[in-house]
Design a protein around this ligand. Structure first.
Ligand code: COI
Length: 355
């Protein structure tokens, strides 16, 4: 791919402010990757240019019918000073799958990877050095044709922006409080719950806001048909560690196939833990808490990393898991995963790609 570099002069380029308490996704770097697509022409005008607003026609498809998808991955500054990406090929593949589901043109995998790596190279002074912080990479594709009929857009913009981030939850690696909703659902079978399209997140807002008002950090979704089987948390996949097995909901078609989820399954299986992808009901979880069979619960995601869950609220009752403490399996996974990402543990799976 031919990328035009339209970079700011050195005196106008900023770098990461020192000693800044980073939260998630509020600060953006100086440059963005930008590329356009038109039916009959294909991808064109790839460039890395100063971070700036995008001017769109008010009739652009994305505004009206939400034809848009995104990804989330991170660049880590390793203990050896080298910058690492974690399984970016998986993000590229999921982005292509999301594009197909939303009737959008695919960004070829090599183009996606080259765009990500080229932009991070330009902005390498923005990759935070503290453990736990990283440079979050947000690729996005949207339909921009100005047309009010409901059909796939004939024009698209693909861009990537970067944001130095700290922990996604204010609790950091401490256990979070989760609200199980049976009032709202996130995704239906045959819908778009298994792809990363913006509408899934818009649809989750009301339930999240109601949960926050009650003092909970996030919502745990149940399946749309029975409102009985566990799905996901919306910003992370969920795992339950029972006495004899680690269980996570199977990829039923309405759950996002998380890259951290897949990595966790592979690691624990290699450690000899029985890890199962299956249906799991909310009643089984509550019973597990009551009988002590459920040892731990944690979420996994790029933004969330490994997030222990200490409390679950369901139908007016609150249940405490592992006395509200982080369990040993969540801790071991967090240490192993971040060890691979920051380069102080070996990477036996070849998950890391260097810039
Ligand atoms: C991520 O983990 O990268 C996500 O996409 C979750 C996000 C919506 C904050």
């Amino acid at each position: 791919m031919d990328i035009a570099y339209k970079l700011l002069p050195p005196e106008k380029r900023r770098s990461l402010p020192p000693n800044l308490a980073l939260d998630f996704g509020r600060l953006f770097t100086d440059h963005m990757f930008y590329m356009e697509y038109e039916n009959g022409v294909g991808w064109q005008n790839a460039c890395i240019k100063p971070y700036e607003p995008i001017c769109l026609d008010p009739a652009a498809v994305v505004f009206h019918y939400s034809q848009t998808i995104f990804e989330g991955l991170k660049a880590y500054l390793g203990v050896d000073g080298r910058i690492r990406l974690f399984r970016p090929d998986k993000n590229a593949e999921r982005f292509a799958r999301s594009a197909r589901r939303m009737c959008m043109p695919e960004v070829p995998k090599e183009v996606f990877l080259e765009a990500v790596k080229s932009l991070v190279k330009v902005e390498k002074q923005w990759v935070p050095s503290e453990r736990g912080a990283a440079l979050y990479i947000r690729p996005l594709l949207m339909g921009v044709e100005a047309f009010l009929g409901v059909k796939p857009s004939s024009k698209y913009i693909f861009f990537i922006i970067l944001s130095p981030v700290g922990a996604y939850y204010k609790e950091g690696f401490s256990p979070i409080r989760i609200y199980v909703t049976d009032k709202y659902v996130r995704a239906v079978p045959g819908g778009v719950g298994d792809v990363k399209t913006g509408g899934n997140y818009a649809a989750s807002l009301m339930a999240s806001e109601e949960a926050k008002k009650l003092g909970y950090t996030q919502v745990l979704w149940l399946d749309a048909i029975h409102r009985h089987y566990i799905e996901e948390v919306g910003t992370m996949n969920i795992f339950f560690y029972f006495e004899d097995e680690l269980v996570t909901p199977a990829l039923s078609g309405s759950i996002l196939p998380g890259i951290t989820r897949e990595s966790v399954l592979q690691m624990v299986r290699d450690w000899g833990v029985k890890a199962v992808e299956r249906r799991i009901s909310i009643q089984e979880v509550i019973e597990g808490i009551k009988t002590g069979r459920l040892k731990e619960c944690f979420g996994t995601g790029t933004a969330a990393v490994i997030s222990p869950v200490g409390w679950l609220a369901y139908q007016g009752k609150e249940y405490t898991i592992n006395n509200g403490n982080t369990g040993p399996l969540a801790r071991k996974l967090f240490e192993e995963l971040t060890g691979i990402q920051y380069g102080d543990r070996p990477d036996p799976y070849g998950w890391v790609q260097f810039l």
